[in-house]
Every structure is written in structure tokens, then in C-alpha cells.
Write a protein that binds this ligand. Structure first.
Ligand code: TPU
Length: 560
């Protein structure tokens, strides 16, 4: 007799069909049978994380490289640890398929009190919590309904570019169910509302025609397009200058003739602030104008001068249009938009050179950033953690094809270590660089062990500046100083008897150059370079930006 086809097999086959090669997991007794089923069906490889928060960030990073990701954890103790990472996937618009094991169906509604729960017998609260940070929440209660529910969650996540939630009771993972058909509708985009799309394109063309100085401002949610080509095509058609927001660093090729740097209010690349703020028409592609991006609410194009093309809505000249995806709008506008060459012709862009320091003096932040910048080629992905690493990544000059990943909307420190791992697993043919501060690293440090386990050659630059420098610059206090660790020394412990990680210290420019040379030849695991930098030595833009953000955060309460 052949083995029955199960709910777990169905999920597994669907994950493979949507283009995943891997899924990430932490085992627990509510998901063990499900993990068995995924292994048995085998469409995707099962990779493990040290804890569920890291598992979530790893999946989030993988989705950045691969378009989507999946993770499997156990009920409550696993899932609730992961919810921060699912919040990240929601905020950053990444379709992570979050799967939790659930209580046996015989226990649901029976009054039984189970372990790993808050001690009452209502097991719906986990799904309710996740409902706020997912676009579809499916609690499976029968094998018959499982295919439709799994498909609904996955389809919604892929279309909305947001995470979804699937809960599979531990006794249903191996219950018999039908096989999936071809992937077809799961991957298909919704048909755009042609009338609304045409009206939006017409309004956008009028907007461009009636403005003298048009500039494009690229925002971070263009990541959901999966390619920069549509944006380049639009820029080429209009012929105007292009700037990117800080969270969208690398989302327009910096070697393109129209590129004019990063617009970030008063900490913009030279010339970019003037260009955007003097333009009478700013085409904002999938922007997020939060307090960080606007430097404490200082720098946001006024509504009368902005066309805002969001993921599911275009707003222009006081009217909003919906019913189509950003990709459809950009493609249609690229065919119809009038040409406005003025801003490209009137301006130039010269990237700022990061200053060099002598190789024998103590290592400086500039020298570290300069040497990292020199390593970047068109096949490099840099993951930059919250902190001064953001500002260092933003000031680098990138060859076309280089990629920067940040988490500037959610900004949860510790994200970058697992996210760089996930990104590297999702795009193994690229060179992966991680820049992370010591404070952030202390949250998720153990995930370097998974880089070693899976022999992922991420080059990690750990900035040991003895504290939360970004917070020191925003609002200082004793809470911003941390216990020092021998970070590079951790690698020996993580390697144990069989790992190939390399841990190195860099205290001068020469030591850093030597460490980078070693990292380039270490392909069987991560190279971890602990860069010793003085606490007061950080990027100028961080200080300038920090003051403005602190001022915005300390506004007195409004009077009634
Ligand atoms: O380069 P540097 O020194 O700025 O980076 P480091 O050392 O990683 O410090 C980051 C400090 C930081 C904190 C403590 N940045 N944001 N926060 C607040 C914060 C606290 N907890 C979470 C999960 N996320 C946060 N952003």
C-alpha cells in the first residue's frame, strides 16, 4: 500500500511550487509531525534556527532575496517569540508564510488545559494576535478544508506582499488530503481594474506635463517589484533625475546617468535635497515617509507637488486611484509618460569619497567604511543593521547590481544577523556582507552558529564601539552602554569541533585589510571581523540626523 498524501505534504508541495528551495524551522511538539511531512515530501530543504525570533528574521531575509519565504514553529512559545519578525515582514512588505503547529483538534473546545499555553482552554488567541501582523489568518480545523485554506493564505501573501498565518493542529499534519493542482492561480496577480488604471496614468501624465521640474524619488516598497527594470524604464521614458530614499538605497542603479543620490532631508547626498525640494513635481514610488525618513518630520514633499504611487493606490493632484498593483501602474506609465529632461540636464552627481586614514593608526569608522565600500562589486548584497551601519551603507557608492538591505521601517535591532543568513541562503551566488553594531549583535548573536553550520560565507563586520552609539546621539544616558564581549572569540566556541568560521580582530586599517583578504578566501563559513572603533567616532550624518529626530520625539504634548 502506498503512503497516504497528507496536509503536510500539500503544504510542502505548494511551497516548492511557489519557488521556494528552503524553509526555516524550530522544532516543538506541536509541529514535529508536520516537520516529518515536509521532510518526507521534500520539495524544499528544511533548515533550522537557534530560536524562533531568529527563524523569523532568517525567513524575512530570505524573502528579500527570493521573493517569499516559509517558516514553521511550535504553538505559543515558538510563535509568540517570532511575532516581532512577522511584524517586520509586514512593515517591510515581505511575504513570509508563517506556519505554526496547533493543539490537537480533540483538545480544542474540550476544556483541556495544554502545556505551552497561557493556562486556559481557549486556543484562538495566538491567531488573533497574528491577525494584526498578517494579511490572511487561517486556522485549519479539518483536512478537507486544508487545501483551500493553505491556498488562500499563500495566494493572499504573494499578492499583497505581506506575511500570512497558517495554524495546523498537530493531529492534522499527517491527515490524508487531496494533492494540489498546478500552481497557476496562486502566482497569478489579480487582474487590474483597467478603467481605474487608465485614469491614474492619465492623471499622472497631466501631473508630469504641468510641472517644470520633475524628479523621481524611489521608496523602499519598490522591493516588491522584484526587479529594478520597471523603474529604470520609467526614468528613461521621462528623462528626469532620480533620487532614492534612505531605505531604498540601491533600488536605482547608481551608475545610471539619471541617478542623483539619496534624498534624506538635510542628511541627503550633496545636491539631492535641493533637487527634490526645488522640484515642482516629485514622483514618489512606494515611499514610506516616517519620522526617520523625514528627519523628524522636516522633509516630505508637499501633497500639491507629489505624486504618490503606493503598492495598491496612486494619489495625484488630490485624487486617489486603486484596483491595480504598483507594477501595473509603473509599466503603463512607462509607455505613456511625457518626457521631462530638465532635471537631469541641469544637475550632476558626484559621490562623496570616504576619507582614507593611515594604515597604522587606530581604526576609524571612515577607514572601515572605505575598505568595505572598496569590496563591493555588482554581485554584492550588504545587509546593514539599525545604527551607524545605516549611515555607513547610505554613504557608500555602489556599482550597478550591488544591493543594500536595511529594515528602516521596523528597525528591530538584532534583525540583521539572521536576515543576512537568510538572504545569503536565498541568493548563494552573491557576495554577502553584514555590517552590525555590537549592541544589535548581542540580541541575535547565536545565529552566526547557523552560518557556520550551513557553511554560509557571510563576511561580518562587527563594529565594537562599546555601546548603542545611535541612541547616544539621539538621547544619551547610562542605558546606552553595554558589557563588552570578545566578539571575534565567539567564533571558536561556535565552531566547536567541526566549524569553519573565522574570527578576526581589526584594530588598525592594515589589520582590517589583512582580515578582508582572509575573508575573501574563506568560502566554507562566515568570516567575522571585529572592528574596534572609538565610541565617539561615528558618521557625521548620524549626529546631524540624531539631533533632529530627538527634537521631534521630545515635542511637548499638544494643548487641548
Ligand atoms: O552603530 P551603533 O553603535 O549605533 O549600533 P549598535 O551598537 O547596534 O546600537 C544600536 C542601538 C539601538 C537600540 C538600543 N538602536 N535602536 N535601539 C532601540 C531598540 C531596542 N530594541 C529593539 C528590538 N530594537 C530597537 N531599535
Amino acid at each position: 500500500m502506498t503512503k497516504p498524501y497528507t496536509v503536510g505534504h500539500y503544504l510542502s508541495e505548494r511551497l516548492g511550487q511557489i519557488g521556494l528551495k528552503d524553509h526555516f524551522a524550530v522544532a516543538g511538539d506541536f509541529n514535529l509531525v508536520l516537520l516529518d511531512q515536509l521532510l518526507e515530501e521534500g520539495s524544499t530543504k528544511q533548515l533550522y534556527s537557534c530560536n524562533e525570533l531568529n527563524c523569523g528574521y532568517t525567513a524575512e531575509g530570505y524573502a528579500r532575496a527570493n521573493g517569499a519565504a516559509a517558516m514553521i514553529v511550535t504553538f505559543n512559545v515558538g510563535a509568540l517569540s517570532a511575532i516581532n519578525a512577522i511584524g517586520s515582514a509586514y512593515a517591510e512588505s515581505l511575504p513570509v508564510i508563517f506556519v505554526s503547529g496547533g493543539p490537537n483538534t480533540n483538545d480544542q473546545g474540550s476544556g483541556h488545559i495544554l502545556h505551552h499555553t497561557i493556562g486556559n482552554s481557549n486556543y484562538g488567541y495566538q491567531a488573533e494576535m497574528f491577525r494584526q501582523v498578517t494579511c490572511a489568518t487561517e486556522v485549519i480545523l479539518s483536512a478537507e478544508n486544508a487545501p483551500a485554506q493553505i491556498d488562500h493564505a499563500i495566494r493572499t501573501a504573494l499578492r499583497m506582499r505581506k506575511p500570512c498565518y497558517i495554524e495546523i493542529p498537530c493531529n492534522l499534519a499527517s491527515a490524508e488530503c487531496v494533492r494540489p493542482g498546478p500552481v497557476g492561480t496562486l502566482l497569478a496577480e489579480t487582474t487590474p481594474d483597467k478603467v481605474s488604471l487608465d485614469a491614474a496614468v492619465k492623471a499622472a501624465c497631466t501631473f508630469i506635463e504641468t510641472r517644470k521640474n520633475v524628479v523621481i524619488l524611489v521608496g523602499s516598497r519598490v522591493r516588491t517589484l522584484g526587479s529594478l527594470e520597471p523603474i529604470v524604464a520609467l526614468a528613461d521614458r521621462i528623462g528626469c533625475a532620480v533620487t532614492v530614499m534612505s531605505a531604498a538605497k540601491s533600488f536605482f542603479p547608481e551608475d545610471h546617468k539619471a541617478f542623483r543620490g539619496v534624498y534624506w532631508g538635510e542628511v541627503s547626498s550633496p545636491g539631492a535635497q535641493e533637487l527634490v525640494e526645488k522640484a515642482d513635481g516629485v514622483i514618489c514610488l512606494a515611499p514610506i515617509f516616517n519620522d526617520y525618513a523625514t528627519v523628524g518630520w522636516q522633509s516630505k514633499p508637499p501633497a500639491s507637488q507629489a505624486l504618490i504611487a503606493d503598492l495598491a493606490e496612486v494619489t495625484v493632484d488630490g485624487k486617489s486611484f486603486a484596483g491595480f498593483h504598483l507594477g501595473a501602474f509603473i509599466a503603463a506609465l512607462s509607455e505613456k509618460a511625457p518626457s521631462r529632461p530638465a532635471t537631469v540636464e541641469n544637475t550632476t552627481y558626484t559621490p562623496v569619497k570616504i576619507p582614507e586614514t593611515a594604515p597604522t593608526v587606530p581604526l576609524t569608522n571612515d577607514e572601515m567604511a572605505r575598505q568595505i565600500n572598496a569590496m563591493i562589486d555588482g554581485n554584492t548584497t550588504i545587509t546593514a543593521e539599525t545604527g551607524d551601519s545605516w549611515f555607513n551603507a547610505v554613504r557608500m557608492h555602489l556599482p550597478g547590481g550591488a544591493r543594500v538591505e536595511t529594515e528602516m521601517q521596523w528597525g528591530s535591532i538584532g534583525w540583521s544577523v539572521p536576515a543576512a543568513l537568510g538572504n545569503a541562503i536565498g541568493s548563494p551566488d552573491r557576495q554577502h556582507i553584514l555590517m552590525v553594531g555590537d549592541g544589535s549583535f548581542q540580541l541575535t548573536a547565536q545565529e552566526v552558529a547557523q552560518m557556520i553550520r550551513y557553511e554560509v560565507p557571510v563576511i561580518v563586520f562587527l563594529v565594537n564601539n562599546r555601546g548603542y552609539v545611535i541612541e547616544i546621539k539621539i538621547h544619551d544616558g547610562p542605558y546606552n552602554y553595554i558589557k563588552n564581549w570578545d566578539y571575534a572569540g565567539l567564533i571558536k566556541a561556535f565552531n566547536a569541533e567541526d566549524g569553519h568560521g573565522l574570527g578576526l580582530h581589526a584594530r588598525t586599517g592594515a589589520e582590517l585589510a589583512d582580515a578582508i583578504a582572509k575573508a575573501k578566501t574563506n568560502k566554507k563559513g562566515p568570516t567575522f571581523i571585529e572592528c574596534h572603533i572609538a565610541t565617539e567616532d561615528c558618521t557625521d550624518t548620524l549626529v546631524q540626523w540624531g539631533k533632529k529626530v530627538a527634537k521631534a520625539n521630545s515635542r511637548p504634548p499638544q494643548k487641548n
